[in-house]
Design a protein around this ligand. Sequence first.
Ligand SMILES: Cc1cc2nc3c(=O)[nH]c(=O)nc-3n(C[C@H](O)[C@H](O)[C@H](O)COP(=O)(O)OP(=O)(O)OC[C@H]3O[C@@H](n4cnc5c(N)ncnc54)[C@H](O)[C@@H]3O)c2cc1C
Length: 589
Amino acid sequence: MTKKTIKAQADGRNGEIDFDINVDDNQIKDITVTKSSETPAIFNQAFGKLKNNIIENQSFDVDAISGASLMTQAMLDSGKKALEEENIKPEAKKENTEYEKKELDVDVAVIGSGMAGLMAASRALSMGKRVVVLEKNGYLGGATILNGSNVVGTGSKVSAKLFGDEAKKDSPKRLVNDITRESRGTNYPMLSNLLANNIGKAVDFITSFADLTYQKAETQTIEHSVDRQIEMPSESSYELITKVAKAFEEKGGQILLDARVEKLNKDQNGKLVSLVANGKHQEVTVTFKSLVLAAGGWGARDYKAHKTDIPYYGPMTSTGDYFNFAKDMNLVTRNLDWYKVYPHGLEVEPGIAKLTTYSTKEVTDMGAIFVNHAGKRIVNESAPYTHFRDAIAAQKDKVAYIIMDQKMWDRFYELMLKYGFNKDEVQGFFDLDGKKSPVLVKGDLQTVADKAGIDYKTLQETLDNYQADVKAKYDPEFGRDAKFLHPYEGDTYYVIEQKLRFCTTLGGYEINAQMQLLDTEMQPVPNFYAAGEIVGGANGHDSMPSMMNSWSYASGFVAGTVAADNSNYNFDESSKAEDSDAVSGASEA
Ligand SMILES: Cc1cc2nc3c(=O)[nH]c(=O)nc-3n(C[C@H](O)[C@H](O)[C@H](O)COP(=O)(O)OP(=O)(O)OC[C@H]3O[C@@H](n4cnc5c(N)ncnc54)[C@H](O)[C@@H]3O)c2cc1C
């Protein structure tokens, strides 16, 4: 038989995945994806692993990738069917599916491979410790991998170089002031200070550890009183996470994927000494001197439990497993109902949102206005996000609409395609014709108003008034800065809905200044540290843009330092795994 390309098609999480299977003489040689709408940062990692397994085993009867099982299983099923239909029968090896029990002994164990976990692990490794990272998914990066990598560089050499004199205007004190103002004083000062005083060190440390390059962030948001936001050149944390993980492993750190921590063990003295993690084919018992919990937020858990009616847009793997596996440790929590709520959401399926932040920001800079069902403007469209959020939340139906002309829509659409949407998907929204969410309609003003259910007469008045304000370079109603007052052109309009959305949880466990987790008597649990989204309060009830990443960096850096230091001193012979007393049960699937 000669070379052949077999076409296959699978239903992914976000739509169709088309792929080619290249075979030669009944052997699977290569698999290439020709179309996919899956989140690239996750898809690239999961598909890479899947492809290697398929080629190595010459079979589509291999395991799906944990945390991405829906799309990878769909690819396996359709690939298998496509080969059968073509009567291709590769000589399949049997995938090694033996259940292995492993034991590891380290100085520092870290739960979670998001930025907080990788930062803590890298820092502890750099201090000469034996470090392992346990990650329940079959790929790296948790929620971190989905974001644009923007972080603040306050106090870092990196920022001094990038911002020059502007960097001199910034300081930890100024950053804390901004956090306090924007969170309306709901932040916990000890944590905000910890963040502000360590973010510069963390940025410089990881830059040199993983040989990173930062650039000034393309968007410097107005919540920050000075330009201080930096990002990866690719504007993606995929680059950050993969580079840091690579450096960590090259320098001797271990990362175990598909290793879900399900149990913690204490010794007779009440010290935490080991954990048990499970995967499809492995059970790993890790004995450690220090443990860093960096297992991220729990937004998906609250979404599934209908704890809020705000659409969710985070990873489905943010399930808060620790509420189960650490429950017997009586850890004290705060503000578990605090979510980071953003205004720029499209409800793409019931309860699930996708963000349009970049598109929305750009077209509001171009002069677009936000109206409600009554056709009235509801906010200064160029104000900080929190103003939009509060304005949308104040509407009875909790929805607002952006009104765009052709030029604005062209830019909006371009950025939608750049940031997470595809052409078919957007066409699908148009096809709904405004009858259900997400509302996206095109036409003359009367048509778009009718289709979107907006009062046409008032909308026409609103637009006429706005055009007059633009001419006068003065917005008497909301005081929008004149530089954002631009006229609407032409007779074609586009209207798109804007709903609230959330993914990040802002409350969490309480820690002391040494990053130690506290029990309900406010006593630190020996050997137990935390970092990242799981720790609540540094940014208060509302985090400024870039500040959750900044918290992951800074808290991971400090947690890695103290966990490494603890491993020098806080260990005695009685703290052995075999003496352990299991304290916690299994977590949810
Ligand atoms: C789409 C999106 C956009 C965002 N945009 C921004 C932004 O622009 N700026 C900003 O500052 N912040 C942003 N955020 C928030 C920010 O990404 C997170 O707050 C931050 O990345 C959290 O980092 P983390 O390391 O604490 O958690 P994560 O990155 O979520 O990592 C936690 C890891 O722990 C793993 N884990 C959980 N339980 C277990 C277990 N039992 N065993 C083993 N492993 C486990 C998870 O699988 C995960 O990989 C965004 C978030 C999302 C989802």
